[in-house]
Design a protein around this ligand. Structure first.
Ligand SMILES: [Mn+2]
Length: 473
């Protein structure tokens, strides 16, 4: 368990007070088979379960009586076969004591109690499930078909969890800093390896190895690609080619599953071309602009649009865009280059709490989502508060199929210089991403050391480490 018993007890008390009625059911994750039952993916506990109980064992669930405040940890004790193969672990009883629950119950009792509560007409709150075994459990317990479970999930519980998990405590920030420190090692290793002939896959493998060596896992499948314009471009076996850009978007989870998420775009061979540097500089300036705007009380939506305005102005200077900046931004013309949002919340999930529904995490009554292309992919938009952690990740991409579609259909043609844009068809894409903590007077990067991101810093770092072994980390 990462934090003190009191931390978990207090979190659960606040959850019960906030939900205030009925029975709350939380499911831990089970082992997830990869290609046969006994060959599982590396175990990953559910983040909300971890947040309220701090226990990593598979096969756990919990009952919280929102009215009485009583908490029961549910799970079956391991048997001698488990001990022979995996060694002894804490008993469920010991875990219940450690985490400050009233007691423990086995899974049969857990099922009985949930069914009894439902039959007695008590409200049973559960979160939207994302794993099929959890969906099966909900069907068995409450008779709700899997296709109806997301809508049947408790909004009161979702809002209560989001309220708590959105605000990172001092001790959580310490963990997030550790994740960023692993991210630093990963991204500087990628820069050292960014040489002609090395494959994307090799760099991806080294990144994953570092994440595993220093923490529990990568926080999402690493994006390592010369095709930076493919937003989720996973590494291929292609060797790097001199003169192109390598976009690397990757992060780590600490042993306690706090995440990092950084992106850097490096020139293969160590020097940006003029054209690459011009685009990279715009993205770096947009990245810095977000930092100068982000502070408590400001909506991330407005920071996103401030970035879009700057990007439009600068793309006009390069002859890629034209017309009135305000009108262009309102029409969403910049989304040809930036088809995603400026960032998302980050915590124990890299897209924090996304499984609970983005609208509940990133939006509220004051800030409503838009369906316009580009801004529809903004995962977080509402007012910033002290303790929020968000990613700042502007990018500029040249996506040939999107350019062709917009040109063919004349989309935003009054703001886009398609002749000039077509000269960049083989450019790829640039993204720069850091993780930002909102503080009382503004914001700051997470991580003791900032991974080089200004074009000159990147070039200097690559030159200084040109002959260094990537394995001396
Ligand atoms: Mn991100």
């Amino acid at each position: 368990m990462l934090f003190s018993k009191e931390t978990y007890v207090e979190r659960r008390q606040r959850l019960c007070e906030s939900v205030s009625n009925g029975l709350i059911v939380l499911f831990g994750n089970n082992e997830s088979p990869m290609n046969y039952p006994a060959n599982a993916y590396k175990y990953r506990q559910d983040s909300t379960f971890l947040y309220f109980f701090g226990e990593h064992r598979s096969g756990l669930a919990a009952l919280l009586d929102a009215e009485s405040g009583e908490v029961w940890l549910a799970g079956d004790e391991i048997d001698i076969d488990d001990i022979v193969w995996y060694g002894s672990v804490h008993s469920v009883k010991a875990m219940a004591e450690e985490t400050g629950a009233k007691g423990c119950i086995d899974m049969a009792t857990f099922e009985e109690r949930v069914k009894q509560a439902a039959q007695a007409g008590r409200r049973v709150h559960f979160l939207p499930p994302y794993r099929h075994d959890t969906m099966l459990a909900i069907t068995d317990l409450l008779g709700i078909h899997h296709s109806k479970q997301r809508e049947a999930a408790s909004l009161e519980l979702i809002h209560a969890v989001v309220k708590l998990r959105s605000l990172k405590s001092e001790e959580e920030i310490v963990e997030l800093e550790k994740a960023s420190a692993i991210g630093y090692k990963m991204h500087t290793a990628a820069m050292r390896l960014c040489r002609p002939g090395v494959t994307e896959q090799y760099i991806g493998g080294v990144l994953e190895g570092i994440a595993l060596a220093y923490g529990s896992h990568v926080s999402f499948q690493s994006i390592v690609s010369m095709h930076g314009e493919i937003l989720h471009g996973y590494p291929s076996a292609t060797p790097l080619e001199k003169g192109r850009l390598l976009l690397c978007d990757a992060g780590a989870e600490t042993n306690e599953n706090y995440c990092s998420d950084h992106t850097r775009t490096s020139p293969i061979g160590g020097k940006f071309s003029t054209r690459q540097r011009e685009i990279h500089d715009i993205v770096a300036d947009c990245h810095d602009l977000a930092l100068s705007h982000a502070r408590p009380g400001v909506r991330w939506w407005d920071v996103h649009y401030a970035v879009c305005r700057l990007m439009t102005d600068r793309l006009k200077e390069l002859g890629l865009m034209k017309g009135d900046t305000e009108e262009s931004v309102r029409a969403g013309a910049h989304a040809l280059f930036l088809p995603h949002g400026l960032g998302h919340m980050m915590g124990m999930d890299v897209h924090d709490m996304e499984g609970l529904g983005q609208i509940h995490v990133g939006y509220d009554e004051e800030t409503r989502p838009s369906s316009q292309f580009g801004i529809n992919a903004l995962r977080f938009a509402r007012k910033l508060e002290v303790g929020h952690v968000v990613t700042d990740e502007p990018g500029i991409y040249f996506i040939p199929d999107l350019i062709d579609l917009w040109q063919r259909e004349g989309i935003n043609s009054e703001f886009l210089c398609f002749d000039k844009i077509n000269e960049y068809r083989d450019f790829g894409g640039v993204r720069i991403e850091d993780d930002v903590l909102i503080t009382p007077d503004g914001c700051r990067f997470l991580g003791e050391e900032t991974i080089p991101y200004r074009a000159l810093e990147v070039e200097n770092y690559m030159a200084e480490h040109a002959d260094a072994s990537p394995f001396i980390l």
